[in-house]
Ligand binder design. Structure first.
Ligand SMILES: [Zn+2]
Length: 318
């Protein structure tokens, strides 16, 4: 039997021991090189684009020669007001991407020896930087769609009869939401959080390019999509996806990961953050064949390109 990818040497190219052994300066250089890739890590003023800067080495700050703008490698990025050292930050991201079913803030705070709040904000910022890869993306080709209920602590079952009961129970609490997944077989997994699965119809119509083939289960609301797309429908009561190509296995694999993430790491998920966890699970699915070193660099590269977090900047100071 082929070895599972995560067990192979190719999957682990970075670990916490290497990060701390290399030290703070090496970690800092990693951030500089990823932020300023075009200049091989030489500073570029974020305000004026000036390439000449004085170095205030003691504080790891720069001052541009043109206008004396002060900046650092994280200025204007999601990690701008960071509390962690660069080595800690790098280790945090490495540990975070290592969690193939997610990683809770409690766990991260223990591993890094930092306050829960610090780990919590860090985790959400890392998820934001994953989210950036999905902004404005659409998918095409063979696309699998599905929806699943999340919220509360009753584990939803596959059987339709059970789902209907759960629906009623959940409606009373107001915390139940549906995650709609739109997964291209050769591409990305787009995720949305909506009140009902039927809301997914419009989301599919807007985010799947014309000419695509859509695979969905027998739920009636998806019927509307047959006006705009060629469709393959799967009847789960008759068989589990045995006709060649007639399945939504990719979408189900995503939901399986998200369920394990919610049940095993977060235990409870508020509707407010469900979308973040969904994106995190989608990102892990979409990059599941990449090494953990590549995943870590990917997160940093995204983060260094992204503006200051709107949501989580100074979250606990409010
Ligand atoms: Zn400047």
């Amino acid at each position: 039997m082929a070895q599972h990818f995560l067990l192979s040497a190719a999957a682990r190219t970075l670990n916490v021991r290497q990060i701390y052994k290399a030290g703070e300066d090496a970690a800092y250089e990693t951030f500089c090189k990823l932020r300023w890739a075009e200049t091989d890590g030489e500073p570029v003023c974020p305000d004026c684009g000036c390439l000449d800067a004085y170095r205030i080495t003691t504080r790891r700050k720069f001052k541009c020669k043109a206008f004396h703008h002060q900046f650092s490698v994280t200025s204007g990025t999601i990690f701008a007001s960071r509390k962690l050292s660069f080595a800690d930050l790098l280790a945090a991201i490495c540990l975070f991407v290592n969690g193939s079913k997610g990683r809770s803030a409690v766990q991260l705070s223990r591993e890094l020896g930092v306050q829960y709040k610090t780990a919590w904000v860090m985790a959400h910022k890392i998820r934001e930087s994953m989210q950036d890869e999905y902004e404005g993306r659409k998918v095409s080709g063979e696309v699998e769609i599905d929806g699943a209920y999340f919220g509360g602590h009753i584990r939803p079952a596959n059987l339709r009869e059970d789902r209907i009961d759960r629906r009623r129970a959940r409606h009373q609490t107001g915390t139940r939401r549906v995650v709609v997944a739109i997964r291209a077989r050769k591409g990305r997994t787009l995720t949305f959080v909506t009140p009902t699965e039927a809301d997914g119809v419009d989301l599919v119509a807007r985010n799947v390019l014309p000419g695509s083939v859509i695979f969905a289960d027998e739920a009636r609301h998806w019927d509307h999509l047959s006006r705009g797309f060629a469709m393959g429908r799967i009847n789960h009561e008759e068989s589990y996806s045995n006709l060649a190509g007639m399945h939504t296995n990719g979408a189900e694999s995503f939901f399986s990961r998200l369920r394990r993430m919610v049940a095993g790491q977060h235990h409870f998920v508020s509707p407010k953050y469900l979308h973040q966890y969904a994106t995190h699970a989608a990102w892990l699915e979409d990059h599941r064949r990449e090494s953990n070193g590549d995943l870590t660099m990917r997160v940093i590269r995204n983060a260094m390109a992204a503006p200051v977090s709107r949501v989580f900047k100074g979250y606990w100071q409010r």
